[in-house]
Design a protein around this ligand. Structure first.
Ligand code: C2E
Ligand code: CA
Ligand code: CA
Length: 703
């Protein structure tokens, strides 16, 4: 602003001028600015006070020149400075120049020069005037911000700056572009919703609100980014509100956490798997004993709470040990799996099926309303097992025995419910297997008896407490004795005579039957040889042959050695094998029986009609005789079904050219029926109960 001298006196004007100069000086200092002029004629320069300070020297301490400036300029800027001076002299415009000087104290400073040349009327340059500003701080700041930008641009995490108002990207770094597969230009046309497909405006609104409300420095969020190619990945975001380009914006720092999520998913999956393994049986994938215990506790708690009833089934496969021993574990496993499958199909979805181990399974039938609910399921299971299990080219006929206890009727705690169901299961086995049995109070004593029995049985074998009883087999046409069946009796020192029904299933289960049958074999053969020697003609000896015996590799050897020892002729012998046992492993049974038959020994099928023989096997077996089971004879002539079955068996035997015998014949009526229908041979109380050897000797003497 021009100074108005006319209005004020000179003194005031000077004071004002000084004051003005003072303010200019101050302004120059604040702006680190020095002004100068160079007289191009005299080469003399005039510098303002502050111009000296740029070089860290006292004002007016040197004679200022253009050369002084050029000498202190860092050499790399010299050519450009000289070039600029040339340009200044050729133009009427102001020019700028940026460079670096080294001050007298050695400090390097960034400077910005604004200069202009002044010309006379002839266009001759008279002066250069200008300012030099120390812009070191500004340059440093610019550098810093450039460095920071480059750090942000090259950061490994994805960084997005988003317009707070419309959620459009304002800035995206390289990592963001690389991760998403978009170019920067493409991405800057998009909004966050194009990338975070599952994000809705409502969710963003909510995030923004929660940020405002909580006043936290940043908020976190997890989302899924969709790449340009449609693939996606998980990100963890840190979101912060900022100002960008003078706009309200937010910056998002995203880290790809897909790997972490995958790892944690894997860990979770594995721990679930371990948990599953700890609670499940690996073969059938059913709950194991541990899990079953838990389920039983739950069932009790639940039934108590709602005042309901449930049934506990304890199931065991009949003769499973034989299958495992003779056909191997592989076949055993197939059988167990198939059993598990059929059990599952026989119960409701909400019932619990578990495998306790081996061939032992349990079922909890929840919410029982009437007893028939229980028998329905039990029968369903037994029926389900009637279809043979195909194994390679074979078919296995497997049955199960089921014991059942009921909450709260029989017991209200886990261990007793289980114990009682187990006890009932043994009762079912004793009843001849392939059946179910409800627990009854008397059975607890039975379970106790079982333990005693096992010990006693081992002692009995050692001490040969077994006696053979003989039951005659009569031809009703000529009323002649055809032979006798040897039936074992256990003469226990304190229990007295024990029925085979009470110990044979246990002996089979424990594998002790092999020993017992060998004892019986020897005793009976000796007795027969004696009767023959005494000319009492007992006919043929029918020996009951347990499957475990037949499947023993040394069976033939033992058989023939015993015969030799006892002076027993092979034509006196007939072996009885039960249909169910043969069918549990038909191939091996056929092989063994053929060997024995080839040596001249007759074989008959016991309990015929109770199993599920396939005709094809029956044809392959080297049989001489079918023995009609006493369960069919019992109700003749009352039961029409039994009559039909018996007639069918007789017809079958005739068509296969086999001999026949009916067992359990007690009445004259039964005898007549059989005779009429073509079964002449009978065995039963009608003629005689099984008798001990001495009584049988008397019978033979009088017969
Ligand atoms: P099983 O081979 O079917 O024997 C027939 C069973 O019926 C015998 O029972 C016999 O006493 C009984 N019985 C015979 N006639 C009549 C009758 O008119 N009415 C009635 N109600 N029953 C009659 P037991 O002696 O109690 O033998 C039961 C089962 O034990 C036998 O059934 C057989 O499977 C097995 N067993 C007996 N002795 C031996 C043996 O030495 N070795 C093997 N492995 N098993 C044997
Ligand atoms: Ca028999
Ligand atoms: Ca029988």
């Amino acid at each position: 602003m021009p100074i108005d001298i006319e209005k004020d006196d000179v003194e005031t004007a000077l004071r004002k001028l000084n004051a003005r100069e003072g303010s200019f000086r101050l302004l120059e200092q604040i702006n680190k600015l020095g002004s100068w002029e160079v007289d191009l004629k005299t080469h003399k320069s005039i510098w303002s006070e502050n111009s000296y300070r740029l070089y860290d020297i006292e004002p007016f301490s040197i004679e200022p020149t253009l050369e002084y400036f050029l000498n202190h300029l860092l050499p790399e800027y010299l050519p450009r400075a000289q070039q600029k001076i040339k340009e200044l002299l050729a133009t009427h415009e102001a020019l700028t120049f940026q460079g670096k000087i080294r001050s007298e104290t050695g400090v390097v400073k960034d400077i910005l020069i604004n200069a202009q040349a002044l010309f006379d009327a002839n266009g001759i340059a008279l002066k250069l005037v200008g300012t030099t500003q120390d812009i070191t701080a500004k340059v440093k700041l610019e550098q810093k911000s450039q460095e920071l930008s480059s750090i942000i641009e090259n950061s490994a995490s994805e960084i997005y700056v988003v317009d707070y108002m419309n959620d459009k990207y304002l800035y995206v770094n390289k990592a963001a572009c690389d991760a998403l597969g978009y170019t920067k230009e493409e991405l800057l046309k998009l909004t966050i919703f194009d990338i975070n497909k599952e994000l809705t405006p409502e969710m963003v609104e909510h995030l923004k609100n929660s940020y405002e409300i909580t006043k936290r420095p940043y908020i976190s969020n997890q989302s899924i980014h969709t790449r340009k190619d449609g693939t996606s990945y998980h990100v963890q975001s840190h979101i912060q509100k900022i100002y960008y380009d003078s706009k309200e914006a937010y910056v998002i720092f995203d880290t790809d956490v897909t790997q972490n999520i995958l790892v944690s998913e894997l860990v979770e999956k594995q721990s679930k798997m371990l948990q599953h393994q700890a609670n499940h049986d690996p073969l059938t994938d059913l709950p194991n004993r541990t899990q079953f215990q838990q389920k039983l506790s739950d069932a009790i708690a639940n039934a108590k709470k709602h005042n309901t009833t449930f049934a506990l089934f304890f199931l065991d496969l009949d003769h499973f040990k034989d299958i495992n021993d003779s056909l191997g574990h592989h076949v055993g496993d197939v059988v167990l799996k198939e059993f598990a499958k059929r059990l599952k199909e026989s119960i409701r979805h909400e019932d619990t099926l578990a495998r306790l181990g081996g061939d032992e399974f349990t079922i909890i039938l929840h919410n029982i309303e009437k007893l028939t609910d229980i028998s329905t399921v039990a029968n369903k299971i037994i029926t389900a097992m009637q279809t043979p299990i195909p194994i390679a080219s074979n078919e296995l006929h497997i049955t199960t025995s089921i014991g059942i206890s009921i909450y709260p009727e029989h017991a209200q705690d886990k261990s007793n419910l289980l114990k009682f169901a187990d006890t009932a299961m043994y009762k079912a086995k004793a009843k001849g297997r392939n059946t179910y049995q409800l627990f009854s109070a008397g059975m607890s004593a039975h379970a106790y008896k079982r333990v005693i029995m096992e010990n006693s049985l081992r002692i009995a074998i050692k001490e040969e407490q077994f006696r053979v009883y003989y039951q005659p087999q009569i031809n009703t046409i000529d009323e002649q004795l055809r032979g006798m069946e040897a039936l074992v009796r256990w003469k226990h020192p304190t229990m007295g005579l024990v029925s085979p029904m009470d110990f044979i299933p246990l002996a089979e289960e424990l594998g002790l039957i092999v020993e017992i049958d060998r004892i019986v074999m020897k005793q009976a053969m000796k007795q027969f040889a004696l009767w023959y020697k005494n000319r009492l003609y007992p006919g043929k000896l029918s020996l009951n042959l347990a499957m475990q015996q037949l499947h023993k590799s040394d069976f033939s050897t033992v058989l023939f050695e015993t015969m030799a020892q006892c002076d027993f002729k092979k034509e006196w012998l007939e072996l009885e094998v039960t249909e169910t046992q043969v069918m549990s492993n038909p191939e091996l049974s056929i092989k063994r029986l053929k060997q024995i038959h080839a040596n001249g020994i007759d074989i008959s099928v016991d309990d015929f009609g109770t199993g599920y023989s396939s005709l094809s096997y029956l044809k392959k077996l080297p049989l001489s005789k079918l023995k009609i089971d006493k369960s069919f004879i019992n109700d003749i002539p009352k039961d029409e079904d039994d009559i039909a079955i018996t007639k069918a068996i007789i017809a079958l035997a005739k068509s296969l050219n086999l001999g026949l015998i009916a067992e359990g014949v007690e009445t004259q009526e039964q005898k007549e029926f059989l005779l009429e229908n073509g079964c002449e041979c009978i065995q039963g109380y009608l003629y005689s109960k099984p008798l001990p050897a001495d009584e049988m000797t008397k019978f033979l003497q009088t017969f």
